[in-house]
Design a protein around this ligand. Structure first.
Ligand code: THU
Length: 128
């Protein structure tokens, strides 16, 4: 169902900058208007400065004025092999800031896609 979004995430993954972990991640974020923003992980010698693929996609979209989101597809892995890559806690919190509880998070392990809602992945997320 989300085949096209997964393909965009795979393409975004090619730009990942991950010389330290060698774990490359790509994300494709779809707005409610149907626009798609790509993101990849961007690591740093000072490791804590690393930005995940999901947050790269969100920050690109938000900085371009987008605020309503429908779904994000995420792919990750070392080399050519993809494994399921659920978003980290920081990325889930960023999603909670900008998305409804029914925002869809699509995980692809190279074979099957798994669709989760934000409510499932971060119940009781903090929001002011
Ligand atoms: N990473 C992401 O980009 N997204 C995730 O959902 C999990 C982890 C990145 C951060 C780091 O560059 C590498 O994957 C290994 O943790």
């Amino acid at each position: 169902m989300y085949k096209d979004l997964i393909e965009v995430a795979k393409k975004a993954r090619q730009n990942a900058y991950a010389p330290y972990s060698e774990f490359k991640v790509g994300a494709a974020l779809k707005t409610k208007d149907g626009l798609i923003f790509e993101g990849c992980n961007i690591e740093n010698s000072a490791l804590s400065v690393t930005n995940c693929a999901e947050r790269t996609a969100f920050f690109k979209a938000i900085s371009e004025g987008e605020t309503k989101f429908e779904a994000i597809a995420i792919v990750g892995g070392k080399g050519d092999e993809l494994i399921q890559c659920p978003p980290c806690g920081a990325c889930r919190q960023v999603m909670t800031e900008f998305c409804d509880k029914d925002f869809k998070i699509i995980l692809f392990d190279g074979k099957d896609e798994d669709v989760h809602t934000l409510e499932e992945l971060l119940p009781l997320g903090f929001k002011l």
